[in-house]
Every structure is written in C-alpha cells, then in structure tokens.
Write a protein of this length. Structure first.
Length: 467
C-alpha cells in the first residue's frame, strides 16, 4: 500500500474547512481562539499574578516600568516566542509548564530576575487555564460574534420596517391560515435573536485561583500570614469575573455551559429563519438577486440556488452538535479532576467558527433577496376562505348559534374566490351593518395589529441596543 507524503499546512491542505475552504470567512476568529492567543492569555495571567504577589509583599515592590512590562507581556508575545513555548512542550509534554519555563527564561538577565522562582507560585495549571479560556470566550463573543449577530439583526430590522405594510398569507401546519405582513415576520426573528444576543452580552463568567484541589494548601502553608482567599477573590475580579472559591482542581464549567446554551438557542432561531427563507424562495415569494458570473448549477444555467441559507443550516447543525456535546461533557469530572475536559474546551473555537460562518452566510443570503410583491399578493388573494375566521368571530360577538360550524360547513377544505366569498357573506344570519363590514374586508386588510406590532418591536430592539 503506497503512502502519500506529508503536506505543509495551508488552506488547501487543512483538515477542517474552518482553516481550509472557509478560512477567509472566519479569519477574524484567529486572534481570539488560536493556540497563539491561548499562550498569550496564559502569559498575561502569569505576569499579572506576579504583580498581584507584589501587592502582598511576597514579591518586592515593582517599578512602574516593570509593571508596564508585565501588564503588556501577553499582548506583546510574538509568534516566535510562542513557537519556543511549543518546542519546550514537545520535550516535557505539559503546555502550562512550558509556558512557565519560557516565562522564567524571559526574566533572566533583566530587572525581574529575582522574581523567577515566584512564577506560578502555589498554582496549578487550571488556575491559569480556567481564566484563559474564559477570557477567550468573552473576547470572542463580545468582539466578533455579537457584532456579527447585530449586523444580522439590523438587516432583519430594515426588512421589517420596509415591508411591515405588505400583507402576505401566513401558514400553520403548512396550510393557508390567515394574513400577516412580511415585515412582521422579519420582526419576529429579529426580536427572538435580539433577546438571546442581549442575554449573551449580559452573561457573567466566574474564575478560580484556589490551587491543586481547591484549598490553596501550598500558599496557606508557605505564607500563613496572608489572606489568600481575599487575594484570590481580588485577583479573579481584576479580570472582570466573579470569584469562585468553592472548587476542586477545576473551576466548574456551568458558567461556560450557560454561554454555550445561549449560542445553541441563537443557532436554533437562525435554523428556523433560514429554513423559512428557503421555503419562501421555493414558493417564489422571495427572489434572489442573480450575480453576474455566478453558477447555480453545473448543468442547469437558469438556477439561482439558496446556497447561503442551505450552507448556514448545515453549519448551524454542526455548531450545535458540538455545543451540545460541550454542555453534556463539561459538567462532569471524576473526583477532584480528570483531564478529559482539556481536549474539549481547547476546541471551543470550532463551534464558534461554524456559528460565525453561519451568521455571515445568513446575512449574505438576506442581502440578496427581495420580495416578489405581486406573487405574494396573488397567492394571498387566491383563497378568500382565509377570512372565515373573521366571519365566525363576528357572529360569536352577535351571539349567533354555533358560528364556527356554520363557517366550517361553508369553507372547510375548499378554495373560495372573491365572488363566492361575497355570496357566502350575503347568506349569513347577521345584520346588514355587520354584513357590510365583512363584504368590505379583504385579505390585504385582514392583518390585525401587524404593523403596530412591527413598529413596537423595532423600537424595543433599538432601545435594548443602547443600554
């Protein structure tokens, strides 16, 4: 059996489509979820730990320049520095210890050489990792994912406002129901998404700095005069996180799980959206703008396929499958810890990447559709039986006996045109004033508070974004 030679890592040789075919679409994630940024985050936490130790007297007072150097260490870490960390890791097979050793070597020869033995003092790897991963999740969410989602919501809001007065047939169970407006249906999705996106932006994360099994044993023994619980709380708070002082070796993942569950809900809403867009396109109610030179089919020249929405649906499914596993897996760890969570949480950039890819494709799909208002109107007016709800409700008001059954006998399972509908109305047992009201009612007019609801939704979403 022949073997093929190893290939250098490029977008054409990458195993995952995220780093291959779709790298250009999600490349803004790399500064956040890459191995390089994980190493930078670890260096930053270790450096800030030294500054915090200085405040306790464990380490001497630091100069302004030394504090500046330590505060900027992670951000200024170069790719070459990170490669040196990986080289150490290859030898010792421990990533955080490799970070520690590399950091210690950086201090040799400088003014901070006396702090060398205090790097990672009394800590376990998870004291560093749990903060690092939460910084990555928070940064990715706030700087990349939420802006992408807000762009998508803005597009939906524009469509909601533009088409709030355009009546269309609503379907329940796939069957003709009663009229709604196209804009109101866009407003529904904008409202659902905005609620979850705002919940995502408000979610809090919690960090831990409690040592090997959660009791700060080593630090309490070495420095009993220091209140390490208070130290731990202040240190975690400095990263913008709540402090969790009740832990095993690991910081329980429930806070991150809650983040992932919000993403799951967002992705479920978007799956609902893209499937509806697909159906409206299939019905001819939404038309896709053709782009010169693009090919819809390798054999059918006329095709303009809804590939952006289909691509989104597939990637949303992949993202949620992984988020689902994260939710199931990360809440469990044997005794004071096992390492099975490490390989899982290290890969959180993958479901975030599939999510971002979907958000962008959904926005591209929405940007290329426009309604065929004539087709929407024609389909709406093709069956006036959809007004039977109004007739039976009006007869209820007038206390007509069993009006539901009356209208069901006249309309159920039938397609009724305007003329026949007016003949039905003429035969109803109601006063002339109410009969005239039904005779003047049309499918375009029977939209209830759709426009008012849409206007209210737009105002509420815009107000929520200003908070």
């Amino acid at each position: 059996m022949s073997t093929r030679p190893n290939l250098p890592l490029t977008e054409l040789t990458a195993i995952s489509i995220l780093d291959g075919r779709n790298r250009a679409d999600i490349q803004e994630l790399a500064p956040y979820v890459s191995e390089l940024n994980l190493i930078r985050a670890r260096f930053s936490i270790e450096a800030r730990y030294l500054i915090a130790l200085s405040s306790t007297g464990v380490l001497r007072s630091l100069t302004t320049e030394e504090k500046r150097l330590l505060n900027n260490l992670g951000e200024n870490l170069t790719l070459k520095n990170a490669q040196q960390v990986k080289k150490i890791e290859e030898d010792i097979q421990h990533d955080v210890k490799a970070t520690e050793r590399s950091f210690r070597s950086m201090l040799h020869g400088g003014s901070l050489k006396d702090a060398t033995e205090l790097v990672h003092l009394g800590l376990t790897s998870e004291d560093i990792n749990n903060i690092a991963y939460r910084l990555i999740l928070k940064g990715t969410t706030n700087e990349v994912l939420i802006p992408a989602l807000d762009d998508l919501i803005d597009n939906l809001l524009d469509k909601a406002d533009k088409y709030k007065g355009n009546a269309m047939l609503a379907r329940t169970h796939g069957q003709a129901a009663v009229p709604t407006t196209l804009g109101k249906e866009f407003a529904v999705f904008a409202t659902r998404l905005n609620k979850e996106v705002r919940a995502l932006s408000a979610r809090e994360l919690a960090g831990k700095l409690t040592g090997a099994v959660g009791n700060l044993n080593a630090l309490e023994t070495a420095y009993p005069e220091i209140d390490w619980l208070n130290f731990s709380e202040k240190f975690i708070n400095s990263f913008g996180f709540d402090a969790n002082l009740v832990t095993t070796q690991i910081n329980p993942y429930e806070d991150m799980i809650a983040y992932f569950q919000v993403y799951q809900r967002i992705n479920n809403i978007l799956t609902d959206l893209v499937q509806d867009m697909w159906r409206y396109i299939s019905d001819g109610w939404l038309v896709q703008k053709a782009k010169q030179g693009e090919v819809g089919s390798s054999t059918m020249p006329q095709k303009v396929n809804p590939i952006r929405f289909e691509n989104s649906e597939g990637n949303l499914g992949k993202a949620n499958a992984l988020f689902g596993f994260f939710v199931e897996k990360l809440g469990r760890s044997r005794l004071q810890r096992d390492l099975s969570d490490s390989t899982v949480i290290r890969d959180m950039g993958v479901p975030l990447g599939y999510s971002l890819l979907s958000y962008k494709n959904t926005l591209k799909g929405l940007s290329r559709i426009k309604p065929d208002l004539d087709k929407i109107s024609a389909d709406l007016n093709s069956d006036w039986a959809i007004l039977s709800e109004a007739a039976q409700t009006l007869m209820r008001k007038l206390r007509v006996d069993d009006p539901y059954s009356i209208m069901a006998t006249l309309t159920q399972g039938r397609h009724i045109g305007e003329t026949e509908w007016k003949e039905i109305v003429a035969g109803l047992p109601i006063p002339e004033k109410e009969r005239k009201k039904l005779e003047e009612l049309t499918p375009e007019l029977y939209v209830g508070y759709a426009q008012s609801i849409t206007n209210s939704a737009i105002r509420q979403i815009k107000a929520s974004r200003k908070k």
